[in-house]
Design a protein around this ligand. Structure first.
Ligand code: OMP
Length: 214
């Protein structure tokens, strides 16, 4: 099964709630991050919990272990069920997020390689592979890997085995859901849904693609 995860990067509460409610029947989780939380506050999570969908906090946490722990505690206290952190600060920093997530019954995902063109500049050449190995070593739940480069995501799959891959870059960044669906556990779609004239129809169309692939 490949999940459809809505990246809810709208910057007003009213739009975020309208879009999340419209898309809810077709999606499996909602990811929110700096754009919405900086605009409307961390409490926006509490406004979305009524949809009964997993809520992933995308703060790409990248600090020393103690600060990561403090950030993760705030995230889970706000009602999130998952957190995304960066892997490059090292295994102890990742471990801090993993420990808080698991203590709360939640999940921790680690960015292994980013989906934008510049994501190839520093993550490639062995770094993404090392971060993927860190996911194994720390007991994290999975990685974020690019839908825009399925060939790279395939290499990272070999390292992480059955741990989860959530894959952004479908739609607005040019990634093709059909090309990546069979390889990953979830596709992350933002603008192609939340900027669509009909977000429900856009979400339904992605959901149909995933059903055909599953
Ligand atoms: P769209 O490009 O609008 O579909 O949004 C993609 C979402 O995934 C945004 O919230 C990005 O911040 C996020 N994302 C990436 O696009 N690329 C990455 O490498 C990692 C992420 C992420 O961690 O979610």
């Amino acid at each position: 099964m490949t999940d459809l995860i809505l990246a809810l990067d709208s910057t007003t509460r009213i739009d975020a709630i309208r879009i999340a409610q419209a898309a809810a029947p077709y999606i499996d989780a909602i990811k929110i991050g700096y754009p919405l939380v900086l605009a409307e506050g961390l409490g926006i999570a509490g406004s979305l919990t009524g949809l009964n969908l997993p809520l992933i906090a995308d703060f790409k946490v990248a600090d020393i272990p103690n600060t990561n722990q403090l950030i993760a505690q705030q995230v889970f206290a706000a009602g999130f069920s998952g957190i995304i952190c960066h892997g490059f600060p090292g295994p102890d920093s990742v471990e801090a997020c993993v420990q808080v997530a698991h203590a709360q019954g939640g999940e921790c995902y680690v960015v292994a390689e980013m989906s934008h063109p510049g994501g190839a500049a520093f993550f490639q050449g062995g770094i993404a592979e090392k971060i993927a190995q860190t996911v194994i070593d720390t007991g994290a739940d999975g990685i974020i890997a690019p839908a825009t480069r399925p060939e790279r995501t395939r290499i990272l799959r070999e390292i992480i085995g059955t741990k989860k891959i959530l894959s952004p870059g479908v739609g607005a960044q040019g990634g093709d859901a059909n090309a990546i669906a069979g390889l990953v556990d979830g596709i992350i779609v933002g603008r192609a849904i939340y900027e669509a004239d009909d977000p429900a129809a856009a979400a339904a169309a992605y959901s149909d693609i995933l059903k055909r692939k599953n």
